[in-house]
Design a protein around this ligand. Structure first.
Ligand SMILES: [Zn+2]
Length: 607
């Protein structure tokens, strides 16, 4: 019985459409989707991932309402297709009514559906600026040689092919109006092909001014925007199918015209043919449901997150820049091979910047990009950590610049870019601290190098104070630190509580006239020549190291810069392969001892 009624309705549709002199699908969205997935089967998996995201989405985290910037692209071959601005405004009004349950025919919703009829709280505004940050009416007009576009015609989306290239779909909802054959309209689904992430409406059923019934109330656009926000047809595109929404009754198939209510199928109490996602006439449709609203909100919050933050409907123009680099600062010297990259972003605009791109290049390396997001108020700055980097010793240059604030062109490129020179020095940082007792005038300290020359000293210490001194210690050299006490009673413990700390290792100040510390970076190594006898490679190493020797190797030790042994291996061969992946990046010393008592050390860098 059901099958017969379906055929009857289909025949009815053919009669309706042919009486108008054309044959058009009410909606071509599924046909296009099926065609797209044939060419790009990976889209099916992508849509399944999106579906999982939607199921996981927590309603409690949502905004109350959404504002979506729209650009209308009018493609016309003749004047009747050249839609007037009043018609565009009027279509926009219909969308804002239907998605906010302000539609004048909301009172036509049957009583039993009123408890699920939803104010979706989604607003659509005309874009006020282009992706290039120029002002716009939110409407583009393109005259084309193409007299009509078929449902599968992707020339619509390309400037060079007689259409109009899409505006960044992460910032704009793109609605095309053109002479579309085969269908009244179609839409992409979220997760579809980005260059066609848009809604397309046939010009003769767009808006409500002088439009012929039955598709004369702007509901083709309402329906297609439902798809664009991830709604499925209310019958789930199969007999008694699932539209992934709980509060729409399961119904057999699409409805045409305007059936009388109730019209039960699939054991329901009546199809919800008044739903915008059915195929009924415009005058017959009047609601979205709460379940459909949740699905659209979940989609906005998981798939169209940039769009709900898009500033395309507001006028302020973004200007962002890098005012200084915190680390490395210009001409900064680093001790060692590692440095942290921290930059400072400044908002010169009169409104907030929510996201921007930061590009940076070190020496001639590849340029890297990082997307920053947050809320940077006007005339304020934020420090952004771009990670840790290891380089060889010497002079380096950093080029850093900001781009695309809020996804738009930066209007003042003069403050975007900074060039910073910095220096990495062979060595390791050394820090010495002394906490004095009550009689600091009895104390002084000095640091001597290998040649017994004083490289640093302090004679005027202040009582009961922590004094800090740091310098960059050469890799392969020794220093001596001496702390003196004239009264020969140390700095602990009768008259205060002094102490000495070297690289965070604390020694109590219990000595007599002086205390001496040997500060060799590599303490126990004596070099015995034969520099070229052994080969160590690759250097710098990614973690794998090969050592080749003309003699049998007896043992290998690897030291870090503090002289601590981080690896020790006894050997019996002339060639050894070491696995050093577990070591931190940076410089090390390798000590190799062979059976002929040759001992060699060599600096390596692990990167
Ligand atoms: Zn549809």
């Amino acid at each position: 019985m059901r099958r017969i009624s379906y055929i009857t309705l289909t025949l009815l549709l053919l009669i309706i459409t042919s009486s108008q002199g054309f044959s058009q699908l009410r909606c071509g969205t599924m046909q296009r989707w099926n065609a797209d997935t044939k060419d790009h089967p990976q889209l099916i998996e992508k849509r399944q991932i999106i579906e999982n995201d939607i199921i996981k989405w927590e309603k409690s985290t949502a905004l109350n309402s959404y504002n979506i910037p729209v650009v209308f692209h009018i493609l016309y071959e003749n004047e009747s297709e050249n839609i007037i601005i009043e018609q565009i405004q009027n279509q926009l009004d219909v969308l804002n009514q239907d998605f906010n349950r302000n539609n004048p025919d909301a009172n036509q919703t049957p009583a039993e559906f009123l408890n699920v009829a939803a104010n979706c709280n989604i607003n659509f505004c005309l874009a006020q600026r282009t992706p290039n940050n120029d002002s716009t009416s939110g409407i583009t007009y393109t005259q084309t040689d193409i007299s009509s576009f078929s449902l599968y015609d992707n020339r619509i989306f390309h400037d060079s092919l007689g259409g109009k290239t899409i505006w960044n779909p992460e910032r704009y909802l793109n609605i095309y109006v053109c002479d579309l054959t085969n269908a009244l309209g179609f839409s992409s689904f979220p997760g579809g092909i980005e260059s066609r992430d848009a809604v397309v409406i046939n010009y003769s059923n767009f808006g409500t001014i002088d439009v012929s019934p039955p598709f004369n109330k702007g509901r083709t656009a309402t329906h297609e925007l439902g798809h664009w926000l991830n709604l499925l047809h209310i019958w789930g595109d199969s007999n008694c199918g699932n539209d992934q929404v709980q509060d729409t009754p399961i119904q057999d198939t699409e409805n045409y015209g305007c059936p009388s209510h109730p019209s039960p199928t699939c054991s329901n109490n009546g199809d919800m043919f008044q739903n915008f996602m059915d195929y009924t006439d415009d005058a017959c449709m009047n609601l979205f449901t709460e379940g459909q609203k949740d699905r659209m909100h979940a989609t906005l919050n998981s798939q169209r997150t940039d769009l709900i933050q898009s500033q395309a409907c507001s006028l302020p123009y973004e200007d962002i820049g890098i005012i200084e680099n915190v680390s490395p600062a210009n001409n900064q010297d680093f001790c060692g091979y590692e440095f942290e990259l921290i930059t400072s972003l400044y908002n010169y605009s009169t409104s907030s910047v929510y996201e921007t791109q930061i590009y940076f290049q070190i020496d001639d390396d590849e340029t890297q990009m990082m997307e920053w997001s947050g809320d940077l108020l006007p005339n304020s700055s934020v420090e952004i950590n771009l990670g840790n980097y290891t380089l060889s010793a010497g002079q380096h240059t950093l080029l850093i610049y900001s781009s695309s604030p809020n996804g738009f062109r930066d209007l003042n490129p003069n403050n975007d870019t900074l060039v910073v020179n910095f220096n990495l020095k062979d060595g390791s940082p050394f820090e010495f601290q002394i906490q004095t007792d009550n009689y600091a005038e009895e104390n002084r300290w000095e640091i001597l190098n290998d040649n017994n020359e004083i490289i640093a000293y302090e004679n005027e210490l202040v009582s009961n104070q922590l004094n800090t001194f740091s310098f960059c210690q050469d890799v392969d050299s020794c220093y001596t630190l001496v702390v003196y006490d004239e009264y020969e009673d140390g700095i602990c413990c009768d008259f205060g509580n002094g102490f000495i700390s070297i690289n965070n290792q604390v020694f109590n100040g219990n000595f007599n006239s002086e205390i001496e510390f040997d500060l060799c970076t590599i303490s126990t190594i004596k070099e015995l020549s034969q520099q070229d006898a052994l080969i160590v490679y690759p250097n710098p190493s990614n973690g794998m190291l090969i050592i080749e020797s003309p003699f049998k190797i007896e043992y290998i030790r690897i030291y870090d810069l503090m002289g601590k042994i981080v690896l020790e291996k006894n050997c019996h061969n002339k060639e050894e392969e070491l696995n050093l992946y577990h070591l931190d990046k940076g410089p090390y010393l390798v000590l190799i001892s062979t059976q002929n008592e040759y001992t060699q050390y060599q600096k390596i860098i692990i990167q």
